[in-house]
Ligand binder design. Structure first.
Ligand code: ACO
Length: 355
């Protein structure tokens, strides 16, 4: 049976940013509150659709792996904010990268990327695929009620992608656990598409809503339990883990998680300051940033875990391969914009704040 190893990685973050100070110009909040409670300083706001973010991240990941779109056997795109429900946006990415293969979206919210890596691993181990492109991409700013300070300050847009390839070497994905807690599905949701009648106001007046404190507690327990299960399954101890690259929802969640797992805080990678929570995209973006900073070394054991609406949770342990630099660089870019973050959200912010 072959193993599945990461050979390419890429991210796409839209250029416009919305700082905590920008948010404080139209909702009652402050940089001090947001940063001290969440670790976030700014988030990116996209001027393009989710599939465009995903396509640029995918092109960068393919170049890093030194392969073409036509070399890919399957595209798995994790998103809770696709620009089209029909067709899936993996199909749009497929067209943009020139691939001829299976392509589909999955929605496991913030756990989506790890769900995708788990599926890719299974496809490779079964011999069905040699190369799978896994993408996490979101434009969550579309779902926000900009007058609600509890949610508006947390989320941002972006995409990350990885090429997962078959290998005979003892490296790559070592084990993973996926779970869902349906009892808690009501504590994190949006009304989008829930009304039976498409003209019902609830279908049009949707926004992301959640019970922050309840999610906070469940997230820590869910990620801790699944991480422990994965380590046990792989017959590893927490000290065998060199780096933890967790979902970036709140820096305090990450701090509490590693403290409870008795893993030193220095081993946890945190980049939420620059992006906020980009849901399914946080983990692949974080891997790209960790690689850029030289924090990932060949052969290291890396633990990732996530939680999201559903409430889904996931944990995955991988042994990084022998390459930490890209084979090629892609010059793929988003179309330019001269709009600022505030300008991009202004229409929605005016609508929600005047209600
Ligand atoms: N600015 C200023 N004050 C605020 C803000 C804000 N942005 N938001 C809330 N407050 C106020 C509240 O109104 C409250 O005031 P009160 O005491 O007068 O009532 C006070 O701050 C404390 O509010 P709490 O909700 O207790 O704040 P808490 O420390 O729990 O932090 C937070 C809230 C950041 C939402 C936290 O609970 C959290 O991160 N939860 C996890 C949420 C999450 O990550 N969800 C991910 C789901 S993503 C997905 O799957 C799509």
């Amino acid at each position: 049976m072959q193993n599945a190893v990461i050979t390419g990685w890429g991210k796409c973050v839209p250029p416009a940013t919305l700082s905590n100070h920008d948010l404080a110009t139209f909702i009652e909040t402050s940089d001090e509150w947001i940063y001290s409670r969440t670790g976030i300083k700014q988030r990116h706001v996209s001027h393009v659709n989710t599939s465009e973010l995903a396509s640029v991240a995918a092109k960068k990941a393919l170049a890093a792996a030194g392969i073409e779109g036509s070399d890919v056997d399957m595209i798995i795109l994790a998103t809770a904010s696709p620009d089209t429900l029909i067709p899936n946006i993996a199909a749009t990415v497929q067209a943009n990268i020139g691939a001829t293969c299976a392509a589909f979206d999955i929605n496991a919210a913030c756990s989506g990327f790890l769900y995708g890596l788990g599926l890719a691993n299974a496809q490779i181990q079964s011999g069905q695929c040699k190369r799978v492109l896994v993408i996490g991409a979101e434009r969550l700013t579309f779902y926000l009620d900009w007058s609600r300070r509890d949610t508006a300050v947390l989320f941002g847009d972006g995409a990350g992608a990885m090429v997962v390839e078959a290998t005979d070497k003892a490296e790559g994905i070592l084990g993973y656990e996926l779970n869902n807690d349906p009892d808690a599905r009501e504590i994190l949701k949006t009304g989008f598409g829930t009304a039976m009648d498409r003209f019902d106001a609830a279908s049009l007046d949707f926004y992301l809503q959640f019970d922050g404190q309840e999610i906070f507690k469940r997230a820590i327990n869910g990620m801790k339990n699944l991480s422990a299960k994965v380590l046990e399954k792989c017959e590893m101890e927490k000290d065998d883990v060199s780096l933890v690259i967790p979902h970036q929802a709140n820096e305090r969640i990450i701090d509490t998680l590693v403290a409870k797992m008795r893993i030193p805080k220095e081993k946890a990678f945190v980049n939420i300051e620059n992006y906020g929570n980009t849901s399914a995209a946080t983990i692949p973006i974080a891997y790209c940033d960790a690689l850029e900073k030289g924090l990932i070394q060949p052969g290291q054991n890396i633990l990732s875990c996530a939680f999201g609406a559903g409430l889904t949770s996931a944990a995955l342990l991988m042994k990084w391969g022998n390459r930490v630099t890209p084979i090629n660089e892609s010059d793929a870019e988003l179309p330019p914009t001269d709009k600022t973050g505030i300008e991009l959200v202004k229409r929605a912010a005016d609508y929600f704040c005047s209600k």
